[in-house]
Design a protein around this ligand. Sequence first.
Ligand code: NAD
Length: 298
Amino acid sequence: MGHGIAQVFACAGHPVAVHDPVPEALATVHSRVAANLARLGLRDDALGRISVHEDLADALEGAAFAFEAAPEDVTLKVRLVEEITSIAPPGVVVASNTSSMPVAVYTPRAVGADRVIGTHFWNPPYLIPLVEVVQGEQTSTGTVARTMDVLRAAGKLPVHVRKDVPGFVANRLQHALWREAMSIVQHGVADAETVDLCVKNSFGLRLAVMGPLETADLGGLDLALNIHEQILPFIDRTPGPLQILRDKVAAGELGMKTGQGFLPWTEETAAAAHARLADHLIAVLAAGNAPPEAPTTT
Ligand SMILES: NC(=O)c1ccc[n+]([C@@H]2O[C@H](COP(=O)([O-])OP(=O)(O)OC[C@H]3O[C@@H](n4cnc5c(N)ncnc54)[C@H](O)[C@@H]3O)[C@@H](O)[C@H]2O)c1
């Protein structure tokens, strides 16, 4: 995510300084961004605006914004956000790209909480328009406005999430769907391939142009009520992760990166899936389904 976020701002004309404590990750930032630009058919001028830094303080020198995209680990995020806020001067916005954590979880107890904010980009960040901008209880409205502005100017679609809830808006929706998808497999209703086939060839096709609430209005809320009366009592409501997911992780079946998840993967099929997704997103965006005007913050 980090190199993709760097690419977004470099393509918008900003100088971007990338820090990563892992040398191999730092060494491949330019080649990974170059591959993305080539796929998009874009000139590689943006590469010259990206610098890489082994030292965090060096990377923060002269920055207006700091976007952290370290692994989704609470202790790590807390330590990193605290470190950034202690190094970067008060005017620097400190944004976290966490997928799930409320701002309150990683906001330092010390001074400077007014400039800490959540910015949830979607993968790949240079293709998916949405960025959820999450306002914590202590985040100032000025920080929200500056963050929305810089994202909008970089061509993203920022939305203001006004309550500091886990998962924000879109990941709550996405993971409600994933839980039910996994539950269907766990209970033998259908296999993983069939579940994905069902989604991709039904409501998945229309989701990009008609959201769930528009679709509910289209079908009629009386129908929605009748269906909910029938179905909701049977939808999985297990409060934590499902057993099938726990078992797969315990068995080392982590998905594409280990060759087996809900489905089997080879290097070739994984690369083909990545390419299929990127090509689809590029085609959809090129066909004029570019992000609509982002709503303004209040
Ligand atoms: N992958 C996705 O689809 C996705 C989507 C949206 C948000 N996110 C969130 O983005 C964050 C990063 O996810 P990812 O998939 O890019 O993970 P990743 O493991 O691919 O990359 C994380 C990078 O952070 C580096 N890192 C480790 N410790 C660090 C530190 N102290 N300071 C700076 N960098 C450090 C690692 O070396 C690695 O290069 C997570 O919070 C994740 O939840 C991921």
